[in-house]
Design a binder for this molecule. Structure first.
Ligand code: RIB
Ligand code: CA
Length: 313
């Protein structure tokens, strides 16, 4: 079976880290590179965290540092969830892996232009890098097979009542990406809040006994605690890996084509993904919005992904 070519643009971040584990270890995917954005923490920290995860699993995947701030609005981070380092919890060995010299945005442009139009771009952080690439070189739009993003919600946000973090952190960038004219799959809070990583799930994954499951456990102990403290959840919603899992099993998500417009003007609802669930506006659909997820299948995919790695030794 031919591997799916993907680029993962992320802001590690605990759940981004699990998305990296899942993508880098899958025989179904060809992870061409990891581009990093400021989001959950500063760019310096998210780049270091991406390198830490790639080094931990011994993956041969290049990491590219991207934009260190949003396109227009002031920067926000999610220290309350991901901690001072952006990946609090695990104790990492001294870092030997470095990011590539090339900036993520020109690398995205060059890689997409040189491709056969068969690359899926997965974003699990603010969409600044992809938006800047689209603005610098609009020709890349025709070369993007599909944009699969973790972000938004047709129901409630998680930063304001209206908006989810990845979108509100750079709503202008999200607007550029949603209006690029390419197929979009929006994996929002509506489905990611259904995959809560509870202590029972952590125990299940720990039993895999691999280097990846050990990292998963150390990550999730922190992530579950802070999610409980901040939101009162019984577990940590494992947002970002849902994007990767949906590529591994297209039947994982139930999606509904909708017209989605990003709110840029409102003070109260800035960053909202206005999803026309019932088609009131009569406008063409601009995204396939996830409205349900096979939760049991998701955790099976996570466990399969973790088990693929060598034993923890
Ligand atoms: O709202 C959840 C999203 O914001 C996730 O991608 C998390 O990592 C943060 O980036
Ligand atoms: Ca993220």
């Amino acid at each position: 079976m031919e591997k799916q070519k993907i680029i993962l643009d992320c802001d590690p971040g605990h759940d981004d880290a699990v998305a990296i584990l899942l993508a880098a270890g899958s025989p179904q995917l060809d992870l061409l590179g990891i581009t990093v954005i400021a989001g959950n923490q500063s760019l310096e920290k998210t780049v270091r965290n991406a390198c830490r995860v790639v080094q931990w699993i011994g993956a041969d995947v290049p990491v590219y540092a991207g934009c260190d701030r949003p396109m227009v609005r002031p920067q926000i981070i999610a220290k309350d969830i991901h901690g001072e380092s952006g990946l609090d919890g695990p104790v990492f060995p001294p870092l030997a892996k470095s990011p590539e010299e090339e900036h993520a945005v020109p690398w995205l442009i060059r890689t997409l232009l040189e491709s056969d139009g068969d690359i899926t771009v997965v974003t699990t952080g603010p969409m600044t890098n992809l938006a800047m690439a689209l603005r610098l070189q609009p020709k890349i739009a025709d070369k993007i097979r599909r944009i699969v993003l973790m972000g938004g919600a047709y129901a409630n946000g998680n930063v304001t009542p209206a908006a989810e973090f990845n979108i509100i952190a750079d709503a202008e960038a999200a607007h550029v990406c949603f209006t690029a004219g390419r197929p979009v799959t929006m994996v929002g809070l509506d489905v990611t809040r259904k995959v809560l990583c509870t202590p029972e799930i952590v125990r299940r994954m720990a039993a895999s006994g691999t280097c990846a499951s050990r990292l998963f456990v150390d990550l999730m102990r922190h992530f579950c605690r802070t999610q409980k403290e901040v939101f009162g959840w019984p577990g940590g919603p494992l947002h970002d890996p849902v994007t990767i899992a949906s590529l591994l099993d297209p039947a994982l998500l139930t999606v509904r084509p909708m017209n989605v417009q990003i709110e840029l003007r409102s003070t109260q609802s800035y960053g909202r993904t206005n999803c026309d669930y019932f088609g009131y506006l009569g406008l063409p659909a601009t995204a396939d919005v996830a409205i349900d997820i096979d939760v049991g299948r998701f955790w099976d995919i996570i466990e399969e992904g973790l088990r693929r790695y060598p034993s923890a030794g």
